[in-house]
Write a protein that binds this ligand. Structure first.
Ligand SMILES: NC(=O)c1ccc[n+]([C@@H]2O[C@H](COP(=O)([O-])OP(=O)(O)OC[C@H]3O[C@@H](n4cnc5c(N)ncnc54)[C@H](OP(=O)(O)O)[C@@H]3O)[C@@H](O)[C@H]2O)c1
Length: 238
């Protein structure tokens, strides 16, 4: 373990989202400079106020229609230069069954859960490439492993997101390490999860992401299960 996370500048794409805010808060409290590119800069105003006295720094970078590529010049000017990315993009939805899904709903799911990841990678992988222990982390959920009635678009895009990371890692020349942290339960406090069977606490979320940032020996796929619950990979092996 390098233990140098607090010396990094970390770009948290989706840092204004529910899970992203947990990661941002943890990293700023540990001394990191954290940059949050977002289409909704006003939505992180409260976070900026809460983190005002923290040892690290929160830098909000508004995204315009050009998307992540348009944020790169501002991110490249940060000191220290960004060496890590956490992409917590997408979210959650429950709706019609796949066979009843309207074309625009399908397209929206592809845009939000999958294309957003590709565009972030195209912009931010070159940004961190060449930095000491450059690392790119995506978050994902249980829907990438398990089909769920009414969440088919999230199932399909979550599985595709995993393959996107694997393919980009394979094509890349090795200057960046790539990881996915998959959280296998609802995160506590997210009231979009109407009837969570199990929950993950905020510290478990933050520690899992921090662990991958800190440890170059982390596996490419890290699954984070609530205490006492078997992970799908283990279940299928027995
Ligand atoms: N919430 C949970 O309980 C939970 C549990 C397990 C796993 N996860 C995982 O956590 C990650 C994020 O989930 P979340 O619940 O935090 O989502 P969220 O609150 O809905 O936030 C999603 C983020 O994604 C960004 N985004 C959405 N569509 C986009 C688009 N078309 N282009 C660019 N950015 C887009 C948004 O950025 P803007 O700020 O620009 O709007 C937003 O900040 C996902 O990987 C999910 O699988 C969440």
């Amino acid at each position: 373990m390098t233990g140098r996370t607090d010396a990094r500048t970390v770009v948290v794409a989706g840092g204004a989202g529910f899970l992203g805010r947990i990661v941002v808060t943890d990293l700023v409290r540990r001394g990191c400079t954290v940059a949050v590119p977002t289409r909704r800069p006003d939505s992180v105003r409260d976070l900026s106020a809460v983190l005002d006295d923290a040892p690290g720094r929160l830098v909000v970078v508004p995204l315009d229609a050009s998307g992540p590529a348009g944020a790169v010049p501002a991110l490249a000017r940060l000191d220290p230069a960004p060496s890590a990315v956490v992409a917590s993009l997408g979210g959650w939805s429950i709706g019609p069954h796949l066979l009843d899904l309207a074309p625009d709903a399908w397209q929206r799911a592809l845009d939000d859960h999958l294309t957003a990841h590709l565009r972030a990678m195209q912009a931010y992988v070159p940004l961190v490439d060449g930095q000491d222990d450059a690392v790119y982390v995506t978050t994902n959920g249980a829907a990438a492993d398990e089909p769920m009635v009414g969440s088919g678009p999230v199932n399909v895009t979550g599985a595709a997101q995993r393959m996107l990371l694997r393919a980009v890692a394979l094509e890349h020349d090795g200057g960046v390490r790539f990881h996915e942290v998959a959280f296998l339960a609802a995160v506590a406090g997210d009231d979009r999860n109407l009837d969570p069977h199990a929950e993950l606490g905020h510290e478990a979320v933050a520690a899992a992401v921090r662990g991958v940032l800190d440890d170059p020996g982390s596996p490419q796929l890290v699954r984070v299960a609530p205490h006492g619950r078997r992970r799908p990979a283990e279940a299928s092996e027995t």
